[in-house]
Design a protein around this ligand. Structure first.
Ligand SMILES: [Zn+2]
Length: 238
């Protein structure tokens, strides 16, 4: 109906029903156990206007999909798609033109085992590339505000893009490398601004503004992006 798919999730913990609009024309309905389908359908139809407005905001955000780590698959880096090529060989993943070339020593492994090796190699590449590019951008935004970070590091985050500690350490989710470039820049500028204002006050947004982000639209839309690599020990992708 209305150009979206409804996914109903029953939850023991849910007190009321909540709706979430996700990229790929999906509306997630989180409902308490016992809610009937017709009740939920009715609720969704009452909220149609709100759903359509949310869909408009996120319309060009790609739907999340599970990666298979096979040749021909595409991976995003700062808004561009790179094609994966798995070859027989030794060494680490390299990026060449619009390709990510991943050598695997034993090409005749079971598909699943091979995919795991490709994933690990690719993740090592993303981490190193992310740290390199993050450092360069932190420097740029720090110069703009005439401030220094105590340290810059990357981390496996499940559900956040970055953070700033009271002592001035900036920590980033390395998977921001898969975001479009302006989102990548936004995350970095946002955390650098926290070096001066460790809150989301008016003053914080004034600083963000002076770094070139004149409103918080990217901040809002960023909530609809997810990690492209599901981390091994996380509950993601269920
Ligand atoms: Zn913040």
């Amino acid at each position: 109906m209305n150009g979206f798919d409804i996914e109903i999730h029953y939850s023991e913990k849910a007190k009321g029903t909540t709706l979430e609009v996700w990229p790929g024309n999906v509306v997630k309905v989180i409902a308490p156990v016992g809610a009937t389908e017709s009740e939920l359908q009715k609720l969704v139809s009452q909220k149609t206007k709100w759903i359509i407005e949310k869909q408009r905001i996120i319309k060009d955000i790609p739907a999340w999909r599970e990666r298979e780590f096979v040749s021909g698959e595409s991976f995003p880096i700062l808004g561009r798609e790179y094609r994966l090529k798995v070859i027989e060989g030794f060494g680490e993943t390299v990026q060449k033109d619009d390709r990510l070339i991943v050598p695997v020593a034993q090409i005749d492994l079971e598909e699943e085992d091979k995919a795991e090796l490709v994933k690990l190699s690719l993740m090592r590449w993303y981490r190193a590339e992310a740290l390199f590019r993050i450092n360069a951008r932190v420097e740029t935004y720090c110069e703009k505000l005439n401030i220094n970070a105590q340290s810059v590091s990357i981390k496996d985050y499940e559900a956040r893009w970055g953070s700033c500690t009271p002592s001035g350490d900036l920590i980033f989710n390395w998977q921001i490398l898969s975001l479009p470039r302006e989102y990548f820049d936004y995350v970095i500028a946002h955390e650098v601004c926290h070096l001066m204002e460790l809150n989301h006050s008016k003053e914080f947004y004034r600083l963000l503004n002076s770094s070139g982000f004149d409103n918080d639209e990217i901040g809002t839309r960023l909530k609809y992006y997810r990690n492209i690599f599901v981390l091994a020990d996380s509950g993601e992708g269920q």
